[in-house]
Design a protein around this ligand. Structure first.
Ligand code: 13P
Length: 265
């Protein structure tokens, strides 16, 4: 098994990305407590890229604390417009203003709970790429779709529609997250092999859309009940370049331990 951290695939250096998605969790006090303790818990000479996507209310205040520990900052969503009458939304420039470099787009909770469709997700992707925010595009099937044998078809469709109209140059920094809906917040993770199979399939689709060089360079994360006891299994897979972590990213000690366990897998 080749090393995941900083290893090569198709001539490209891979850097593992361990991303925490806090979703709608943590008070200001809790978020600050996390940021104060996490630097001392992370490995001193870590090679992985580490990212936290907190609620919007905490972005600005967390930025210097996380940056001091080498942790990047990301938004959990972005709107496609520049500014104006869009009550409740957040723009790419607002995220950039707080120090974000990443943004999650098309998370299954937004698709399922807020009714986001592929066309809207595509507009958000265009905006993020245009503003040089690195999108983490989430795709994944429901349990029903998997049972019906439609998982690959659903994922291919989500991918194609989200990326429609985006050029290879805009794909430079793209990150994908394969998050099977049935594994999110359930404690039931996909097996390493199942996750690998789908991530390989996603890479094949990327190859058809953008060619093999770009397909090899794009990082694909796995998300869905990632924990301390399964992170290694995912990172050992050839086509999995990191993890997008919900519940287990809320505890500083657990999250830091996941980062540590993911080093040099
Ligand atoms: P859990 O790690 O809580 O399953 O959440 C995964 C997720 O949705 C990350 O975006």
């Amino acid at each position: 098994m080749s090393t995941n951290n900083g290893s090569e695939r198709g001539g490209w250096m891979r850097v593992t990305l361990i991303a925490g998605n806090w979703k709608m969790n943590k008070s200001r006090r809790e978020a600050l407590a996390f940021a104060q303790v996490v630097p001392s818990l992370l490995p001193d000479t870590g090679t992985s890229e580490v990212l936290i996507c907190p609620p919007y209310t905490m972005l600005y205040e967390l930025q210097p604390l996380l940056a001091a520990a080498g942790i990047k900052l990301g938004g959990q969503d972005v709107f496609w417009g520049d500014n104006g009458a869009y009550t409740g939304e957040i723009s790419a420039s607002m995220l950039l203003d707080t120090g974000c470099t990443y943004v999650i787009i098309g998370h299954s909770e937004r698709r399922q709970v807020m009714g986001e469709r592929d066309a809207l997700i595509n507009k958000k992707m265009h905006k993020a790429c245009q503003e040089k925010l690195i999108p983490i595009l989430c795709i994944g099937e429901t349990l029903e779709q998997r049972k019906d044998g439609k998982a690959e078809k659903v994922v291919a469709q989500q991918l194609e529609q989200a990326l429609q109209g985006l050029s290879s140059q805009q794909m430079d920094n793209l990150v994908l997250a394969y998050e099977p809906v049935w594994a999110i917040g359930t404690g039931v993770n996909a097996s390493g092999q199942d996750a690998q199979d789908m991530c390989r399939f996603i890479r094949e689709q990327l190859k058809q859309l953008y060619g093999s060089q770009l397909a090899a360079a794009i990082r694909i994360l796995y998300g869905g009940s990632v924990k301390e006891d399964n992170i290694k299994e995912f990172l050992q897979q050839q086509d999995i370049d990191g993890a997008l972590i919900g519940g287990a990213s809320l505890d500083a000690a657990v999250f830091a331990n996941i980062v540590r366990l993911g080093e040099n897998v």
